[in-house]
Design a protein around this ligand. Structure first.
Ligand SMILES: Cc1cc2nc3c(=O)[nH]c(=O)nc-3n(C[C@H](O)[C@H](O)[C@H](O)COP(=O)(O)OP(=O)(O)OC[C@H]3O[C@@H](n4cnc5c(N)ncnc54)[C@H](O)[C@@H]3O)c2cc1C
Length: 338
């Protein structure tokens, strides 16, 4: 079912005779508004925080007072030796579903229609993917390969399953700790955990700054650039004339995925070279990504635009240098431009 959230749930309420909704607690403005709306119109809402690797209550500071600077946040976490939150026990039994004819509710098979064929949805596929990643000992090389642009193995590709809730960051981190006790810790295993910590950091920042993270000026004093639809069309469709950017934007459009390095480069190009509105870029990613995650997307765009907590105030990337460093032979560009 698709459509306006209230309309959809009102319909379901009548069809299945239920008014109690269990859902993930998402600490972002639109999602909070939706929960408040449903609650004000008679639904009983039961929201549950579940998406972070660490439990916010284990942190050595209240979330409202968390350090703004990532390094300070990380150091405090590491001092406490926090690696992951333990999962709650699986339920011993689940009550059976009521017998109701629900012809209009289509089963969700979890497959992406627009995404890359390598990503099959669901918990089972997530499990298989994560297992093979560890079995092939790919974490060992992660730090060396993570900035590459082509293929499945240069980075973990956990993100689409994490974004859908098919696996949890806590259970990945637990497997990483088991892996380290089996094969030894190295800079690859550390770096993978470090990136998962960035994911938590962007989540927890939402408890401190809430709606401000969604203002055009973010946490800074100046608003973002003006929106220009012509420029936006060029950038989003991969027609800027800058070959690396165009290749990246076409990969994103065709597959719904983009490496972290390319995300940084195209975002920077949009903000600093094309003088584009960072919020429009952020919205385009939301629309395209199969691993769209409200906290990570917003947090990374703020970071590159210099409107978040980064004391360096913005991260412009030099496209010529990035092209030379990451696609010197043009193989990546050829892949997406021809
Ligand atoms: C402009 C921009 C927008 C982004 N939008 C999203 C988004 O909507 N959803 C999303 O999951 N990630 C987002 N990222 C972060 C990062 O690019 C992806 O998580 C990563 O590329 C996913 O591929 P992977 O699973 O192979 O990552 P890996 O490199 O294998 O990292 C392992 C995991 O760590 C986490 N992680 C890695 N890098 C980051 C990061 N910079 N910030 C937060 N978490 C990170 C992810 O959960 C990832 O799955 C964005 C980055 C940028 C620069």
């Amino acid at each position: 079912m698709t459509g306006d959230v209230l309309h959809v749930f009102e319909k379901l309420k009548i069809q299945i005779q239920a008014d109690l909704i269990y859902c993930e607690q998402i600490q972002a403005p639109e999602e909070l508004e939706q929960v408040a709306l449903l609650s004000s119109t008679g639904f009983k809402m039961n929201t549950l925080w579940q998406s972070s690797m660490l439990d916010g209550l284990d942190l050595p500071f209240p979330l409202q007072e968390m350090p703004d600077i990532f390094t300070q946040f990380r150091q405090k976490v590491e001092k406490q030796k926090l690696r992951f939150a333990f999962p709650i026990d699986a339920p011993k039994s689940i009550p059976s579903l009521p017998v109701i004819e629900i012809s209009s509710i289509k089963a969700f098979d979890g497959n992406t229609s627009s995404g890359s064929g390598n990503f099959r949805g669901g918990e089972q596929s997530a499990h298989v993917h994560i297992q093979q990643y560890f079995e092939r000992r790919l974490p060992d090389a992660y730090k060396q390969t993570r900035n590459e642009l082509i293929g499945m193995d240069y980075s973990s590709k956990f993100s689409p399953w994490l974004a859908q809730g098919s696996c949890s960051a806590g259970s990945i981190a637990r497997q990483l700790v088991d892996y380290e006790s089996c094969y030894g810790a190295n800079d690859g295993t550390y770096w993978l955990w470090f990136e998962l910590l960035w994911r938590d950091y962007f989540r927890f920042l939402h408890f401190k700054y809430g709606k401000k993270l969604y203002y055009s000026k973010g946490l800074s004093n100046s608003p973002g650039n003006q929106f220009d639809s012509e420029k936006f069309y060029k950038w989003s469709s991969g027609n800027t004339g800058e070959s690396l950017i165009d290749a990246g934007m076409r990969e994103l459009k065709k597959t719904g995925y983009l490496s972290n390095r390319m995300r940084q480069i195209v975002a920077s190009y949009w903000i600093y070279d094309m003088k584009g509105d960072w919020q429009a870029g952020c919205a385009w990613f939301e629309y395209q990504l199969i691993d769209y995650d409200v906290y990570s997307n917003q947090g990374n765009w703020l970071y590159i635009a210099g409107k978040g907590t980064d004391p360096r105030g913005g991260r412009p990337f030099n496209v010529a240098k990035q092209t030379q460093d990451h696609d010197p032979d043009g193989i990546y560009r050829q892949m997406w431009l021809t």
